[in-house]
Design a protein around this ligand. Structure first.
Ligand SMILES: Nc1ncnc2c1ncn2[C@@H]1O[C@H](COP(=O)(O)OP(=O)(O)OP(=O)(O)O)[C@@H](O)[C@H]1O
Ligand SMILES: [Mg+2]
Length: 387
């Protein structure tokens, strides 16, 4: 850049630049300097002073990428299901440079904003899919709230430890119980660790909410709405550190509809209807830095903008497309284990029947009793039938 120019000026002029080069899109990335090397020895002081100048955090080069063919035009096939999910890098989408965009799901909450039919379902299902290995091995518990009466998630019911889709009271109960799990962990883990790592004994509880506005704004029953708002506020402000996370999708990100917007550290913006909504979802200035989520063409289902770590410019990505058949396969192959629901006793107000669940392939703990004695005890409790 010439002295006096800033990356923001290039970002504002992307449409003009694209036009000048006869292309549809142009993107501007500013360069960030690496960390300076660690100096030692005789010249350390002098070299350190030079490094401070060379590596100062002030971009001097901008990259202008002129887009000829859109890498996101083709559908993105579902990614492989890892048997042990890496919670720090869950691949969910394809980036414009054809690399994977990975979500860091530890100690964060995720907000997905997108107009109707923009593909919020594919974001949620892409996430469920990469977590599936952890679900069946007991590292992850999905507690799912589907206020649309089960239209989105009912098909994957065996994957979920808890599921509420019809009665709002059951949804409020589910959230209350998530708060109880959080409180219990807080008292147990206080002083031991500061950030929770998922284990079989203390799995990651992910509360997935499709169409969150149904709970926070459109619900008629005021008392119930207040109760839900209370527990959501607690979960969002304190749950991340103890492994009780919220992943929520919604259509309308205005403050009246979602008062807790600022409590979500990770945000994803799919196609939106108004320019002003982009900044509401991704944070101030995101649209000026290139997140044109309000200008999605009609084919761009599941295409959205995310903020990458360490770069100010939002990245455009396309989430993997999970078809109904994929969902059925997932549900058959990775069901939640038998004891998934009883982190807390099931309230059981929901009418949907619990699916049968395979037992968890876990070593029975009880080193104090010899096997022969355990077998006798098992037989006694099961009415004579050996397990
Ligand atoms: N990643 C994707 N790639 C291609 N097509 C997609 C993708 N995600 C969704 N679609 C298609 O877009 C349409 C809408 O998707 P979806 O139902 O997920 O949207 P939504 O945002 O959840 O809508 P609603 O607000 O109505 O629930 C569907 O027909 C689906 O097949
Ligand atoms: Mg949906």
């Amino acid at each position: 850049m010439v002295r006096g120019q800033t990356p923001e000026e290039f970002q504002k002029a992307t449409a003009n630049l694209a036009y000048a080069f006869g292309r549809r899109h142009a993107r501007v990335y500013s360069e960030r300097p690496d960390d300076p090397p660690i100096r030692s020895g005789y010249w350390a002081l002098v070299l350190g002073a030079v490094d401070r100048l060379r590596f100062r955090d002030r971009p001097s080069v901008v990259y202008l990428v002129v887009v000829r063919t859109d890498a996101l035009r083709t559908l993105v096939d579902p990614f492989d299901v890892p048997s042990v999910p890496d919670f720090t890098a869950l691949p969910l989408a394809r980036r414009e440079d054809l690399r994977h965009w990975c979500l860091h799901l530890l100690a964060t909450h995720v907000l997905i904003g997108g107009a109707t039919r923009s593909g919020k379902g594919s974001v949620l299902w892409s996430l469920v899919r990469v977590l599936a290995g952890g679900i069946s091995s007991g590292l992850v518990r999905l507690w799912v709230i589907d206020p649309k009466g089960g239209m989105e998630f009912a098909m994957g019911r065996p994957l979920f430890a808890r599921f509420a889709c019809k009665s709002f009271e059951a949804m409020a109960d589910l959230l209350d119980e998530a708060v109880t799990v959080m409180r219990e962990r807080q008292t147990r883990l206080a002083g031991a660790v500061r950030v929770h790592t998922p284990t079989l004994a203390d799995p990651l509880v992910v509360v997935v909410i499709d169409e969150m506005a149904a709970l926070t704004a459109y619900l008629q029953d005021v008392d119930l709405r207040k109760r839900i708002a209370g527990s959501l506020g607690l979960l969002l402000s304190q749950g991340a550190g103890v492994g009780v996370l919220v992943v929520a999708a919604l259509q309308d990100p205005r403050k009246e509809v979602l008062p807790f917007r600022d409590l979500f550290p990770t945000r994803i913006a799919l196609g939106l209807t108004e320019a002003a909504q982009v900044d509401l979802v991704l944070g101030d200035g995101a649209r000026n830095r290139g997140a044109l989520a309000d200008q999605m063409p009609r084919w761009a289902k599941g295409v959205g903008y995310v903020i990458l770590d360490g770069t100010p410019e939002p990245a455009r990505v396309r989430f993997s497309y999970i078809s109904d058949d994929h969902i059925r396969e997932l549900a058959a192959e990775y069901p939640a284990p038998a004891d998934a629901a009883d982190i807390l006793a099931q309230v059981g107000r929901e009418t949907a029947t619990e699916p049968t669940r395979p037992p968890l392939p876990r070593q029975r703990r009880g080193p104090l009793l010899p096997d022969s004695l355990l077998n006798i005890l098992d037989r006694d409790t099961d009415g004579g039938e050996p397990r």
